[in-house]
Structures are given as C-alpha cells and as structure tokens.
Design a protein around this ligand. Sequence first.
Ligand code: ZN
Ligand code: FE
Length: 258
Amino acid sequence: MGENRLEIAQVPVLNDNYLFLIHDPVSAETAIVDPAVEDDTIAALDARGWTPTHIFNTHHHWDHVGANLALKDRYGLTIIGPAADRDRIPGIDIAVGEGDKVHLGDNAADVIFVPGHTSGHIAYYFAHDKALFCGDTLFAMGCGRLFEGTPEEMWSSLNKFMLLPDDTAVYCAHEYTMANGKFALTVDPHNDDLHARMKEVERLRADGIPTVPTHIGIEKATNPFLRPMNDSIQETVGMIGAPIPAVFAEVRKRKDNF
Ligand code: ZN
Ligand code: FE
C-alpha cells in the first residue's frame, strides 16, 4: 500500500455529471470513465497532455456512454463495459462482470457487479489507490434510481460497497449532494453527523466546490440508503424491526416522491 499510483481528474460536464480521467504515469495509459460528451473530454485530456487508451463504462445511460464512438474513432482506444449490457454499450470491445479485473498499466481494478439503477451496472475498484468508480449506484447521501432493478438488488449492490475500507474515495457520476442531503434529513433527522455534513456541503456548494469524491466511511454515517438498519431511521419511517431490505425500499420510495 502507500502512496497513490494513479492521477485522477474530475471533469464536470452537462448539468450535474462528472466524468473522470484516470492516468497511470508509469505506463502513460489513461482511461476515461463514462464519457458523456466529446468536446469537454478532449479539452480535459489536452489540458493534461494525456492520450486516452481506454474507456471504462459503468452502465448504458446516454450521459455515461454518449461520446464512446466519437472518442474511439478519434483515439482508437479500447472500450470496457458491463457484460450484462454488452448490446447497449456503443463500441464495446471487452465485456466484464463480477470478479473480473481490468488493468491500467500495472494497476488492477476489481469489477463489481452492482445491478439496481440498471440491470447491467458495474463499478470499478482500484484497491491499491482505494478508488471506487461507481457510476450511478452510490451518490453522496444518495443512491441511483431503480430504473431496472428491485430494491433488494440495489441493497445487495450497496452492501458490496460497504465492505470496502472507510477511506475508499468514491467517485460518483453526479453532483446530487445538496438535494440528497435535504431528503436525508427527512428520514434521519436525529443524526448529528448528517447535520454537520449538510453545513459543510452548503458551504462548499455556495462556493461552487464539488462534493465528489466522497468516502465510504462518511456515507455509512450519513447516507440513509446505507442505514436502513438504523433504529432512528426505522422509527422515523414507521418500520421498527422490519426486514432491512423493506426499510431500504421504503426510503427509496420516499426519495422518489420527495
Ligand atoms: Zn444512469
Ligand atoms: Fe447518470
């Protein structure tokens, strides 16, 4: 372990998306995670003098794959994406799933299968650098909408993330933190850590500062979608002692209607 090997650049695009550039200075290989748009991606690469060798896609939504074909055409890069979704990932070269490893130079990322937001969604976890690229599965104080999955699937996907070290940096694909936090307070109103975090988030957002990446530890303490086992949340939603996936489902439903 020790010092990080990878350089990670976070690029805000569209209204509230982030895409990420992962650069290995040893091999000079560079991956683009979920390129929504072409021009901002090229500008971010050029600003750093990085030539992309890979795209890592987390899921098929247009705001994550929109520039796949244009960037492949321009750079001749290799596109890696979810095996369960290979027909919906434009230009996919290598399809991966749970337990597979992808490499950037000598750096390995574990592929984690995390269905729920979409049926094929995957995440990429670089264990050495403790960096998780989770697409639209986990957000700061939130989680992805269940477009193609059940609450049970999403809950088991989020549980895989909760096994990662608390100091794992979580690179989520959207800046939804302020809205997520406002909802979180409605189901977890007695959580001092949550109140403290919201003060900090309000300060950051007032200055236009990103709240991504977040970390697994603070999410376990403040994200209601990781806390359906919490007595106070169960009491607030009127489900004391209910099965934990059912509490998760109720919290997700309330967020959909918030
Ligand atoms: Zn999505
Ligand atoms: Fe998205």
